[in-house]
Ligand binder design. Structure first.
Ligand code: SF4
Ligand code: SF4
Length: 290
């Protein structure tokens, strides 16, 4: 099973929830944790993996052989991302705009294009003290393309049979979030009970519904705002699976790099109960699809 933990908004506690779920289940499940927040990966701060495996992440970008190129312009025409331009008697490539889709190569009538790797970051993996298989992508600073590195991270190390995969999504509702949610069996949406939280939750629910992924909500910092999340539940019929209270003790502990489960050990049972509910929802959804 693959559970993607997402939030329409940064700073809601998505990584806190994802890592707490992993730590709560570590004694009972074989867990694979993917930190897909490749622009600012920080789940390792709570899970403390020892990285033992590293690999460069790259996308294939076109390199044009000026000798063979007839300047027909077909590659420029098919590139949806404006990564190629015909300037005078040459075709220019803007590597940072290239998504590595390969359309230009496919459409070149004289095979004047070869694809070369363009490094965009790295992949790292290792085990945590609880034997969680932890992997993360790290996008090189100034590289704009996070989606390909997330795609590579998801494919890098295949899950073992019966392994539970927890994906910590980037914040927001961008292409990177779409890539993280793609193929998930369940979306755990973390929010806070404020109008801002509700606004961003409404954005991400559109993606989840587009993919037809069953979802549930975790309300973090419960008590700081109003009851807007209940209204969301009533409108979308998406269950609130867990409420984490607003507490200065939790805030201070998280700031010091202590995991939520260490700060509040009694929450572990609530995370376990939430996982039981998630399992039931996924099973019911799968049976309904048969
Ligand atoms: S690989 Fe795709 S995105 Fe990159 S230049 Fe070619 S057509 Fe454009
Ligand atoms: S499609 Fe091929 S031949 Fe045409 S401009 Fe591009 S590289 Fe040159």
């Amino acid at each position: 099973m693959r559970i993607a933990v997402a939030s329409g908004k940064g700073g809601t506690g998505k990584t806190t929830v994802a890592t707490s779920l992993a730590l709560s289940l570590a004694n009972e499940q074989n867990i694979r944790f993917l930190d897909c927040d490749v622009e600012a990966p920080n789940a390792h701060l709570f899970l403390n993996p020892s990285f033992t495996k590293r690999q460069d992440a790259a996308i294939l970008i076109p390199e044009i052989d000026a000798e063979q190129c007839t300047l027909c312009g077909k590659c420029v025409e098919v590139c949806q991302f404006h990564a190629l331009a015909k300037v005078g008697k040459s075709i220019l490539t803007f590597a940072q705009l290239c998504h590595g889709c390969g359309s230009c190569t496919w459409n070149c009538p004289v095979n004047a294009i070869q694809e070369i790797p363009n490094p965009i970051g790295k992949l790292e993996s290792g085990l945590t003290p609880e034997s969680i298989q932890f992997s993360r992508g790290v996008l090189t600073i100034s590289e704009p393309m996070s989606t390909p590195i997330i795609r590579q991270l998801k494919r890098w190390e295949q899950p073992q049979p019966e392994q539970l995969t927890i994906l910590d999504s980037p914040p927001g509702a961008s292409c990177a979030v779409v890539e993280t949610l793609r193929g998930a069996d369940f979306a755990l949406l973390v929010t806070e009970p404020t109008p801002f939280g509700l606004h961003d939750l409404n954005q991400i629910i559109g993606i989840v519904q587009e993919f037809n992924i069953p979802a549930g909500v975790v309300v973090n910092r419960d008590g700081i705002g109003n009851d807007v999340i209940n209204a969301f539940h009533d409108k979308h019929n998406i269950p609130v699976l867990l409420r984490i209270p607003f507490s200065l003790e939790i805030a201070a502990g998280l700031s010091a790099g202590t995991s939520l489960i260490e700060i509040k050990p009694d929450l572990r049972q609530e995370f376990l109960h939430m996982f039981t509910q998630i399992t039931r929802i996924v099973k019911t959804t799968e049976e309904g699809e048969k």
